[in-house]
Design a protein around this ligand. Structure first.
Ligand code: HPA
Length: 272
C-alpha cells in the first residue's frame, strides 16, 4: 500500500466506525494528556484496530484517536503522541494528522512542554507559538509529494494562523489567562539542549525549545489545516538558571499549571 492509500483507507475506517465528524483536533503534550479524558461521550479507536495502520511501528505505543464533544464542539484528541527521538520517521509520526485531514478536520491544536529560552519567561508560563524554527534536521514532507493533500513547495509564512492567534490572545486576556507569545525551536532530543545550544537558540530568535510539534505543524499546514500551537514552559532551558534539568521537573510543572492550561484549551476551542 502506498502512503496515500494507507491514509485514505484509515480515514474510511474511522468514518464507518464513528459517527463523530470533528472539525478540530488536539495533540496533547507531556503531562497535558488528560484533556482527552474530559471529552463528553468519548469514543476511543486505538491505532492497532485500524487495518493497515503501520502496526509494527505505531501500535506498541497505545496511540488512539479519541472522539468526543467539548465546549459544544465535535473534537478529536490524538492520544499517545509519537516523537522523532523514539526512532519514528517524521513521515510516520505525522500519519495520524494526515488521516484526520482526510476525515475532514480543518483545525489542529498542538500542545507541548518546552524549555524557556526568552529570559522574560518564567517556569509555568504558557506561550502561544507564533512561528517555529525546524532544527530537527528532518522534514516530514520529504519523499514523493502527496498531491491530494497539498503542493510540493508549501508556503508556511502563516503556519500558526495569525487570525486565530489574534482571537486567542483577546479571549485569553478576557478570561484572565496570562499568555506569552513566541517562536518555538525544535531540537531532536532526547537529551535536553546544551547551554551553548540554548544561547544559539536565543541568538537565532527562539523563545522556547522542545522536541516535538514542528513535524505535525508542517504536515497540517501542507494539508491546508489551520494550526494553533501552545507551549507550556515547564522549565527554563539549560544554562538559563543554575541547576540541572530533570524530566520530573517537567511533569511537576505541567501538573501545577494543569487547571490554567485546561482553561486555555477551553478558551481556544470556543474562539477558533
Ligand atoms: N528542552 C527541550 N524539550 C523540553 C524542555 C527543554 O528544556 N522542557 C520540556 N521539554
Amino acid at each position: 500500500m502506498t502512503l496515500q492509500e494507507t491514509i485514505t483507507a484509515s480515514a474510511e475506517y474511522l468514518r464507518t466506525h464513528v459517527t463523530n465528524r470533528p472539525t478540530v483536533a488536539l495533540v496533547l503534550g507531556s503531562g497535558l494528556g488528560d484533556f482527552a479524558d474530559t471529552l463528553e461521550n468519548p469514543v476511543r479507536i486505538p491505532y492497532k484496530d485500524i487495518p493497515n495502520f503501520p502496526q509494527t511501528t505505531v501500535a506498541g505505543h497505545n496511540g488512539a484517536f479519541v472522539f468526543g464533544r467539548r465546549c459544544g464542539r465535535e473534537v478529536v484528541a490524538l492520544q499517545g503522541r509519537l516523537h522523532y527521538y523514539e526512532g519514528y520517521s517524521q513521515q510516520t509520526l505525522t500519519l495520524p494528522v494526515r488521516v484526520l485531514a482526510a476525515m475532514g478536520v480543518k483545525q489542529l491544536v498542538l500542545t507541548n512542554a518546552a524549555g524557556g529560552v526568552n529570559t522574560s519567561f518564567s517556569q509555568g508560563c504558557l506561550m502561544l507559538i507564533s512561528d517555529h524554527i525546524n532544527y530537527s534536521g528532518q522534514n516530514p514532507l520529504i519523499g514523493p509529494n502527496l498531491d491530494a493533500f497539498g503542493p510540493r513547495f508549501p508556503d508556511v509564512s502563516d503556519l500558526y494562523t495569525a487570525e486565530l492567534r489574534t482571537k486567542i490572545k483577546a479571549a485569553a486576556a478576557a478570561a484572565g489567562i496570562p499568555l506569552e507569545e513566541g517562536v518555538y525551536m525544535m531540537f531532536t532530543g532526547p537529551n535536553y539542549e546544551t547551554p551553548a545550544e540554548v544561547r544559539m537558540a536565543r541568538i537565532v530568535g527562539a523563545d522556547a525549545v522542545g522536541m516535538s510539534t514542528v513535524p505535525e505543524a508542517l504536515v497540517a499546514g501542507h494539508c491546508g489545516m489551520q494550526v494553533v500551537g501552545v507551549s507550556c514552559i515547564t522549565n527554563m532551558a539549560a544554562g538559563v538558571l543554575p541547576g540541572k534539568l530533570d524530566h520530573s521537573e517537567v511533569v511537576e510543572t505541567a501538573n501545577r499549571v494543569h487547571a490554567t492550561f485546561q482553561s486555555l484549551l477551553e478558551t481556544i476551542l470556543q474562539v477558533i
